[in-house]
Design a protein around this ligand. Structure first.
Ligand SMILES: [Zn+2]
Length: 433
């Protein structure tokens, strides 16, 4: 170990921790009544927490491709699980790698396999951690939070032993609490959940969050135990999307653009560099790549559509007063190369636009005559539709035209490589139609 000799880096290390299917309102730092996330709470308390962050698409592969490329799904091309990024897409991971970062990712969700997502090409090391048969499939297709933390810690130790001088970008994507919501008995009593009788889906979901939090805590401890390393490391915490736990008659994510699927926890932590506190202005997962480049002092490329919050986080700029945010939902997964020919154009389910500060949200299902319009300030549960019904707004229709063009371009440009094994894994995840 050469800890005392570690040189001061020009650029910070970047640790990006993402948790699959984690609703913001089930994180105790976001006011949840149960102590689901003590380690994440402790982390967020030392940095900036966004109280209103959303994903631009509530589906794993599209959402995480948006996180890294700072572009919406119709521009990066991975609009559904199983459809890859366009080859010309760039990402924060790729740009940091070009600046000399050691870039590594540890992912446990099959939809992120490089062979079908193309995301792994953006990292120097991309470890698909498939150590367990969690699903009902025939082969190992997933990892637990414990496995992912172990793999990431082994990588950090390897670097430390080698006294590497380059900064690192490390991304770990945890799978729990994605369905089927296993009961994690070890955490039930802390959450006040009795395991004597049948445990509800919603309660099992909470135990999975506590399980993931525990293993995220082990990863964070490795950074925080070393004050010098902690001071040189920017930590980003987020979920890929939320989860509908029965709201609007739906269990799952991806099929609609209501708030339970869109809302995600999001925080940026960098001791001494980022002012601790809560940011109420709405943010998107698109903003993460722009912001981490901004915080690292690097230029944000023109094609990045996300807002760079680095000035706000440092306390030198105000949050934007007004923002128009766009969302899209597509069918879950593409299960064969034949099906993928026009998969993007044919897969579109819903589009939505949300404007702040008035928080008017319009959801439109192409093919229908009317939009559903909600005022999230008065009606956060999106239960009251105004009468009479409104035709889709012209701004939304204009955006939809651009979106369809993007889908057609991506259908022409992106390669497809779905194997029978991929198809089975995607079905097991619940993404078949
Ligand atoms: Zn996901």
């Amino acid at each position: 170990m050469a800890r005392t000799e570690r040189p001061t880096q020009r650029f910070p290390n970047v640790l990006v921790v993402t948790i699959d299917t984690l609703r913001a309102d089930r994180v105790s730092a976001y006011g949840y009544r149960r102590p689901t996330t003590p380690h994440i709470d402790k982390l967020l308390a030392t940095g900036a927490r966004f109280s209103q962050a959303r994903t631009v698409e509530p589906l794993t592969q599209p959402a995480l491709c948006s996180l890294w490329t700072s572009t919406p799904p119709h521009r990066h091309g991975a609009t559904r699980n199983g459809l890859p990024l366009r080859r010309d897409a760039t990402s924060a991971a790729h740009l940091l790698g070009r600046r000399g970062y050691d870039t590594a990712a540890f992912v446990g969700n099959w939809t992120l396999r490089n062979a079908i997502s193309g995301l792994g090409d953006h990292f120097e090391r991309y470890e698909e951690v498939f150590t367990r048969k969690r699903w009902f499939g025939l082969f190992k297709g997933e990892a637990t939070a414990e496995d992912l933390t172990d793999a990431a810690l082994a990588w950090l130790k390897e670097r430390d032993t080698a006294s590497t001088r380059s900064p690192f970008l490390l991304w770990v994507h945890y799978v729990e609490p994605h369905a089927p919501y296993r009961l994690q008995e070890r955490f039930a009593s802390r959450l006040g959940i009795s395991t004597g009788t049948e445990v509800s889906r919603s309660d099992r979901y909470d135990t999975e969050i506590a399980f993931a939090d525990h293993h995220v805590g082990r990863l964070l401890a490795a950074i925080q135990a070393d004050p010098e390393l902690a001071a040189q490391t920017l930590i980003v915490f987020a979920a890929d999307h939320g989860e509908s736990l029965g709201e609007h008659g739906y269990w799952g994510h991806g099929r609609n653009l209501h708030e339970p699927g869109l809302r995600i926890p999001l925080g940026f932590v960098w001791p001494g560099r980022i002012r601790p506190g809560t940011i109420e202005a709405p943010a998107l997962n698109l903003d993460i790549a722009s912001t981490l480049l901004g915080l690292a002092g690097m230029p944000v490329p023109q094609g990045f559509e996300g807002f760079d919050w680095s000035g706000v986080l440092r306390g030198t700029a105000d949050p934007p007063r007004q923002r128009t945010m766009w969302f899209q939902a597509h069918k879950g997964a593409v299960l064969s190369a034949q099906e993928a020919q026009e998969a993007r154009r044919k897969g579109l389910l819903e589009v939505a636009v949300l404007s702040s500060p008035e928080m008017r949200k319009e959801i439109f299902r192409p093919g229908e005559a009317h939009s559903a319009v909600f005022n999230l300030l008065r009606d956060p549960g999106e239960t009251h539709r105004p009468a009479p019904p409104s035709a889709p707004s012209s701004t939304l229709q204009t955006w939809l035209t651009g979106l369809r063009k993007g889908l057609a371009d991506a259908d022409r440009l992106a390669r497809i490589a779905i194997s029978p094994e991929d198809a089975e894994a995607l079905r097991a995840l619940g993404y078949a139609e």
